[in-house]
Each structure stands twice: as structure tokens, then as C-alpha cells.
Write a protein that binds this ligand. Structure first.
Ligand code: PLP
Length: 404
């Protein structure tokens, strides 16, 4: 039995008030709150272990290094990578995708090569490829979607060709909640000799993600969206690919030997981790993944699916409600507009009721254009979201609606 009250006790911030009202935090797709165990793991490391990793001969450095490398192994298990060396620590999804574009893209793409993106990508999976287009003259192609928010797989098949070198796709849309068929898409990409990059920022927090099962070549996610600290993220890359990729940034830790004439580089993942890593962040991330696994990913998924279904049903009853993304099995995100109310006004007025939602373009302006709007309001859920919070949102929207 999933004990939501006990779960909420693990997150001190959920007990606070804003404007003298209980906080209703529904901005989890932007960032999740942190359980006590994550903050304590990090505090304990600072209080009892702190030392720079990899380079010290002394006791504390060895202990900090062990924690840091244990976190890499923890991430490996979480996504079922074959080897811990396939886990590169970055600052987040954004940096992970930039790393692939700047290293693999720079080394292996030529003018005229095609990169396939989808219409529902986050800017962090669009702009790095546009920057590369400026430098290399590659061509970006976009997979369209249906009005319900489902990718058009037939169109995807037609866009794939021997010129396609990589397909980049969000596993779950941060706006529509659509769960994209990335396993099938990877098979289709591979049949054309292209690689598959999965932006898992919005899937890893909500259901089990297995890189071997998906058959993807790269996968990116952010620690802060899966109850971990800010500033730490992951790039998974297949070993053979990482081996071939040039370094991302230069500095300490990523080298073999440096002379004035020539420098050789470390093996992956260290080749891509120049400088002092956020070793306290990696330890915090490991604590977050332990926490999620202890609750059970299947239980979390079932709870969030139930909350999402309930929210979709209840919100559909509000007059003048427009819901974006209505695919079956959509995950933990409900984006909407109500009548002619500007989403910013809606968000600001809900905030005064203690309800935190997100408004705007959600870093997906091409998707806003596809939907014919400038922006949307978005409520997004987490393992601690309750039906009562959804009720508060629905009541709040109705109250705001009557003001216009
Ligand atoms: N991709 C998706 C689908 C996202 O939702 C987000 C964040 O909202 C990102 C990428 C970027 O994540 P970060 O800002 O943690 O790098």
C-alpha cells in the first residue's frame, strides 16, 4: 500500500505555507522537492568526509572518491547500463545533450548530414543542434505530431534516410505528457544506420527506464527532477561511442599526460569530466535514487498515473477548459488554457491561493507554435501529489475563471 501521508512527511517543504495557505506544489516537471535523506546525505558528506576526489592520497579523499564512484554505479543500476563507465556526470540534461552535440556531432557530422528532432522537443534538445548547424552545415528535420499530441510515426519513417545520423527525442513531453515510443523509434533509426538519443528528463522520475531495453545510444537526465540536488545530471552513452568521442572541456582529471607539445586524454567517462566534479551532488543523487527505489518505481508510477487520470477528468469538467496532450497513458503533466485568460494571469492568481503551477512556453516554443498558442498553464505531479491538491487546483481555476 502506497502511504502518501508517510511519503509527504519525508519532504519538509511540503508542510509550509505561502500567503498563509498550505502550499500546493504542482511544478514538479520544473523541479522536484527533496526528501530529508538526500539533504542529510549531502550535509553528512560535507560534515564528515569532504575532500577532493580522485587526486588525493589521504584518507578523506579516498572516502570521497569511493562515494562518488559508488554514485556512478548507483546510476548504472538505476538505468541498467552495462558498465559504470557508460555513465558520465554532467550538470543536467541540458549539458548532457550539449556534450553529445559538441563532441560526437563535431567529430562525426558533415555538411548535409541530417539530425531528426521532434516537434515536442525542449529547447535543450533543439538549440545545441542549431548551434552545430551553424558550425557544420547539418540539416535539422522535425517529426510532426497529431492534434492529441502523438508523434506521427509514419511521417517519422518517411523522414528517416541514410542521410539521418541521429534521432533525438524526448521520452516524455514536458508539456503534453506524451510517452513517446522511443524503443520503436530507436529500432527504426538503427535500421537506417542512425543513432538514437533519448531526453529522459521527464521519464526517469516517473517510471523504470532501462537503456538496454530501449536500445538507445545516448540518454540524458537531470538529478533535480528525480528528487536529487540541482547541478548534477547524467549522460549515458554506449561504451563504443564514448570511446570514439573527443573531449568536451579541457582541464584536470580528463587527461592521460600533458606536455607542452601534446596531451593525451583519459578513458570515458573521465575524458568528459574536466575539473572537480560535483561529488557531493553525485552522492545526493545516489541517495535520491535509493529513495525512489525504496518506495518502488512501479508504485510511484501507479500513483502518478492515477493522479494524472483524476486531474484530466476533473479539469475537463471546467467550462472553457482546453487541455493539451490527450494521449492514453500520458504522464504526470497537464497543460491547459482556460477561455481567454492569459496563462500568466491564471498562474499569478493561483499563486495567491498557494498553488504553484508553471506558465509560459515551457521551453518548447516550436510546440507552442504547433498548438497555435503563445503559452499554456501547466500542472505537473510527483510521487507526493495528492487528490486533494488536484481538487485545490480545480477549485482555484474555477475561482479565477469567475473573475474574468
Ligand atoms: N528536457 C526536458 C524534456 C525537460 O523537461 C527539461 C527541463 O525542464 C530539460 C530537458 C532541461 O533540463 P535541465 O534544465 O535540468 O538541464
Amino acid at each position: 500500500m502506497y502511504d502518501i501521508s508517510a511519503v509527504r512527511e519525508d519532504f519538509p517543504i511540503l508542510g509550509r505555507e505561502v500567503y498563509k495557505r498550505p502550499l500546493v506544489y504542482l511544478d514538479n516537471a520544473a523541479t522536484t522537492q527533496k526528501p530529508r535523506c538526500v539533504v542529510e546525505a549531502m550535509t553528512n558528506e560535507y560534515y564528515t568526509v569532504n575532500a577532493n576526489v580522485h587526486r588525493g592520497v589521504h584518507y578523506l579523499s579516498g572516502q570521497a572518491t569511493d562515494l562518488h564512484e559508488a554514485a556512478r554505479e548507483r546510476v548504472r543500476r538505476f538505468i541498467n547500463a552495462r558498465r559504470a563507465d557508460e555513465v558520465v556526470f554532467t550538470r543536467g540534461t541540458t549539458e548532457s545533450i550539449n556534450l553529445v552535440a559538441a563532441t560526437w556531432g563535431e567529430a562525426f557530422l558533415q555538411a548535409g548530414d541530417e539530425v531528426l528532432l521532434t516537434v515536442m522537443e525542449h529547447h535543450s534538445d533543439i538549440v545545441p543542434w542549431q548551434l552545430l548547424r551553424e558550425r557544420k552545415g547539418i540539416v535539422l528535420k522535425v517529426v510532426p505530431m497529431t492534434d492529441s499530441g502523438e508523434l506521427d510515426l509514419e511521417a517519422y519513417g518517411a523522414l528517416l534516410s541514410p542521410r539521418t545520423k541521429i534521432v533525438c527525442c524526448a521520452h516524455v513531453s514536458n508539456v503534453l505528457g506524451t510517452v513517446n515510443p522511443v524503443k520503436r523509434m530507436a529500432e527504426m533509426a538503427h535500421a537506417q544506420g542512425a543513432l538514437m538519443l533519448v531526453d529522459a528528463a521527464q521519464s526517469v522520475p516517473h517510471f523504470q527506464v532501462d537503456v538496454q531495453e530501449l536500445g538507445c545510444d545516448f540518454l540524458a537526465f537531470s538529478g533535480h527532477k528525480v528528487y536529487g540536488p540541482t547541478g548534477i545530471g547524467v549522460l549515458y552513452g554506449r561504451e563504443e561511442l564514448l570511446e570514439q568521442m573527443p573531449p568536451y572541456q579541457g582541464g584536470g582529471e580528463m587527461i592521460g599526460r600533458v606536455t607542452w607539445e601534446h596531451t593525451t586524454f583519459e578513458r570515458p567517462p573521465f575524458r568528459f569530466e574536466a575539473g572537480t566534479p560535483d561529488y557531493v551532488g553525485t552522492h545526493g543523487l545516489a541517495a535520491a535514487l535509493d529513495y525512489v527505489d525504496k518506495l518502488g518505481m512501479e508504485q510511484i508510477h501507479a500513483h502518478e498515473q492515477e493522479i494524472t487520470r483524476y486531474a484530466m477528468e476533473q479539469m475537463a469538467l471546467i467550462p472553457d477548459m482546453h487541455l493539451y496532450g490527450t494521449t492514453a497513458g500520458k504522464d504526470a503533466v497537464v497543460s491547459f488554457n482556460v477561455g481567454n485568460i492569459h496563462p500568466l494571469d491564471l498562474g499569478t492568481l493561483l499563486d495567491r491561493l498557494g498553488i504553484a503551477i508553471r506558465t509560459g512556453h515551457h521551453c518548447a516554443q516550436p510546440l507552442m507554435e504547433r498548438c497555435g498558442v503563445e503559452g499554456m498553464a501547466r500542472a505537473s505531479f510527483a510521487l507526493y501529489t495528492t487528490r486533494q491538491e488536484v481538487d485545490a487546483l480545480v477549485e482555484g481555476i474555477d475561482r479565477v475563471r469567475k473573475m474574468f
